[in-house]
Design a protein around this ligand. Structure first.
Ligand SMILES: Cc1cc2nc3c(=O)[nH]c(=O)nc-3n(C[C@H](O)[C@H](O)[C@H](O)COP(=O)(O)O)c2cc1C
Length: 211
């Protein structure tokens, strides 16, 4: 196994208490967000949006709707990750347009891809579509958590908040977005959770090798 990666993954844990005196360098935040942006997605639809909440007053209001979990206000960086809610209407066309632009080719070249995405979207009812989109929105989480760990940056992922209130406070609904999870980034403070042993299922329990 690669020591650098495995050590970083053992070092990381879900931070509860951040050091309120330490800032996060902009270039480090940019790297973390870029690793989220580079996440793969089914058909390449990228149905997510990252909201970096710098506004202190807003952070306080979000905190009051989050259990309350101190990391919402204590961490130097707080990112809410939202999913797109307009997938049925625009996702296939957007994917085609994006691909045509990057490849400098006419959109007609990607009609097959667009039709395939439209077909999958049409075959799913709202619940199934929503489940699919929500699961896509989690892919950047793994990328960002691993990137942060490799940079020696701490993170506290969280789902424990009132999603409807977050959406309202962040004005997400009118932008065809809905919050899925949030991540606080920064540096661990005097956090009792840091000393907890890592609890993970054994490799044999989660892995099957079929020969
Ligand atoms: C999607 C997601 C949501 C989570 N939500 C919360 C949360 O709201 N509050 C919290 O304290 N921890 C939260 N956690 C942290 C998990 O409890 C933690 O990652 C898990 O117990 C494994 O521990 P470790 O990350 O410290 O290794 C969340 C983790 C994930 C991945």
């Amino acid at each position: 196994m690669n020591d650098t990666i495995i050590k970083a993954l053992n070092w990381r844990y879900a931070v509860q208490k951040f050091d309120t005196t330490k800032k996060l360098a902009q270039k480090d935040l940019d790297t973390i967000l870029e690793s989220g942006r580079m996440a793969p997605s089914s058909f390449g639809i990228e149905p997510w949006h990252f909201v970096v909440v710098e506004n202190k007053e807003l952070r306080q209001q979000l905190h009051d709707q989050a259990s309350p979990q101190p990391k919402v206000i204590d961490a130097p960086v707080f990112v809410v990750v939202a999913k797109r809610t307009d997938v049925r209407e625009v996702m296939a066309d957007e994917r085609v347009a994006r691909t045509a632009k990057v490849t400098h080719m006419d959109e007609s070249n990607f009609k097959g891809l667009g039709d395939m995405i439209s077909g999958v979207v049409a075959s799913r009812d709202d619940v199934a579509l929503n489940t699919w989109i929500t699961s896509q929105a989690y892919i950047p989480l793994g990328m960002m958590l691993e990137t942060a760990a490799l940079l020696g940056i701490d993170a506290g992922p969280m789902e424990g908040f009132d999603h409807a209130k977050f959406d309202e406070l962040l004005g997400l609904t009118e932008k065809n977005l809905a919050s899925v999870y949030a991540v606080a980034f920064g540096y661990r403070g005097d956090d009792p959770a840091a000393a907890r042993p890592k609890v993970r299922r054994a490799a044999e329990e989660v892995t099957t090798v079929l020969k």
